[in-house]
Design a protein around this ligand. Structure first.
Ligand SMILES: [Zn+2]
Length: 454
């Protein structure tokens, strides 16, 4: 009988230990969030998590602790999130509420946070029975630096006239803490370049497709995302680009089909459908690739006027809107962002000014393409070449041969497609072929006051 009682007690004790042990776990919850938060004037979303792999979470909270207000002893606390998930009652299961996630919205203005240092405190307590039912508690402090002061920007250029599709230069100054600055025109951004004397200049363009009377702003942004945007007095001279119709021939569509069927990813499509895809989707991808190759502005590597292809005739102008027709009806359209220049077939194609080759290779509708970065955010583009004689990284001088003209890509015949980009915006090459325009609008407005060193 005593043996049975003893055995019974041992069993009860064993069951008790097995039952109690996990409920008495001493692993505290794990808290995750950023290492440090830099908060500007704009709203910031912070992802945080509380996790407990043992009994589960009982309580979680997130509190912002601010320095004591002048005259007050204790720091202020703002409760951002608090949740009581469960109690540590005997019937509670193990491993429930093991994870809680929140996106905290920090807005310095709405929370009336002072500039300076604060602390985000993440706290949690688990449902363990350890500590006489108090559970395991933990706290994590994340430093928060608040800076809501935007950088100061001053514009040094006066009223400036610029054509739609044309370019201009603005000089300005920004605080040292501005991380990024430049000119914004609608969706287009033109980063500035810091001259040796500390002043910034930005060559910007008015996109052909910009809204009517677009706002031109000089923008400075600091590391905290605080932005100052000053309106620049740019007077836009509007113009209406020409529209033309191009009838698509069978021969042209067949050639497009042969060249692009696989690249347009259009198995089973008609040659017309392949052309439509090439003229829209592939065009966007090819333009993205060009935009990706363009670096931040540097010192001007060029001097004087840009050169038009020697002995060439203009066959198509900047910004014309092309309507493609088939049997009299419009089937596709595209804007032509360059000049088409034709001479003899396989004519030498030369650099229009000094610079560095930033792209040399096939790029879809542009065929064999060369891009030259000239500094100050100015890029020239040479498309449809039959052969290339330069490679990425080559420094070229004005008149240096880049390759031979051809009809690669989306081209009806042997010609050069020439374009000028300012930032990532196509502008009218006519201005850049004009020595007087360049002097009056660009080089005379640089700190050096004249021609930069070639
Ligand atoms: Zn063209």
């Amino acid at each position: 009988m005593r043996a049975i009682v003893s055995l019974f007690l041992v069993v009860v004790l064993a069951v008790g230990i097995v039952w109690l042990w996990p409920r008495l776990e001493s692993d505290p919850p794990v808290l995750s969030g950023p290492e440090r938060i830099e908060l500007g004037a704009g709203e910031q979303r912070i992802d945080v998590a509380w996790e407990d792999s043992g009994m589960g979470l009982a309580e979680v909270s997130a509190v912002l602790r601010l320095p004591a207000a002048p005259g007050a002893d204790s720091p202020r606390e703002i409760l951002l999130h608090e949740e009581r998930l469960r109690s540590n009652r005997p019937g509670d299961p193990i491993g429930r509420d093991t994870e809680e996630r929140q996106t905290l919205v920090l807005d310095a203005a709405a929370l009336e946070l002072p500039d300076g240092e604060s602390t985000l405190l993440l706290r949690a307590r688990d449902a363990s029975w350890s500590g006489f039912g108090e559970g395991n508690a933990v706290e994590r402090a994340i430093p928060v630096v608040v800076d809501t002061r935007p950088p100061s920007v001053t514009i040094e250029s006066g009223v400036t006239y610029v054509r739609r599709g044309g370019a201009a230069l603005v000089a300005y100054r920004v605080d040292d803490d501005a991380e990024r600055s430049g000119v914004r025109v609608g969706d287009a951004f033109f980063p500035g370049w810091r001259e040796p004397g500390g002043r910034f200049v930005s060559v910007f363009g008015i996109p052909v497709e910009a809204a009517e009377n677009p706002v031109v702003e000089v923008v400075g942004v600091d590391a905290f995302g605080n932005e100052t945007a000053l309106r620049f007095d740019a007077r836009i001279r509007d113009r209406t680009p020409p529209e033309i119709s191009i009838a698509l021939s069978d021969g042209f569509l067949d050639r497009v089909d042969r060249t692009f069927r696989s690249e347009a990813d259009a198995p089973g499509a008609t040659p017309l459908a392949v052309f439509q895809r090439v003229n829209t989707e592939l065009r966007v991808r090819n333009d993205d690739r060009i935009a990706d190759a363009i670096p931040e502005p540097t010192e001007a590597a060029w001097s004087g006027a840009f050169e038009q292809m020697r002995g060439s005739k203009v066959t198509s102008e900047f910004a014309e809107l092309r309507h493609y027709t088939r049997g009299g009806s419009r089937v596709s359209r595209a804007r032509h962002y360059g000049y088409d220049l034709a001479s003899t077939s396989r004519a030498p194609i030369t650099a229009s000014n000094a610079g560095t080759v930033i792209f040399a290779g096939d790029n879809g509708i542009y065929g064999n393409l060369v891009l030259i970065d000239h500094g100050l955010g100015i890029t020239t583009l040479y498309g449809h070449l039959s052969s290339l004689e330069v490679a990425v990284g080559d420094r070229v001088t004005r008149g240096q041969v880049l390759g031979r003209s051809g009809a690669t890509g989306l081209a009806g015949g042997d010609h050069l497609h020439f374009a000028v980009l300012v930032g990532r915006t196509y502008v009218d090459p006519l201005e850049w072929w004009d020595a007087k325009w360049i002097r009056d609008h660009i080089t005379s407005r640089l700190e050096s006051g004249g021609e930069p060193d070639a």
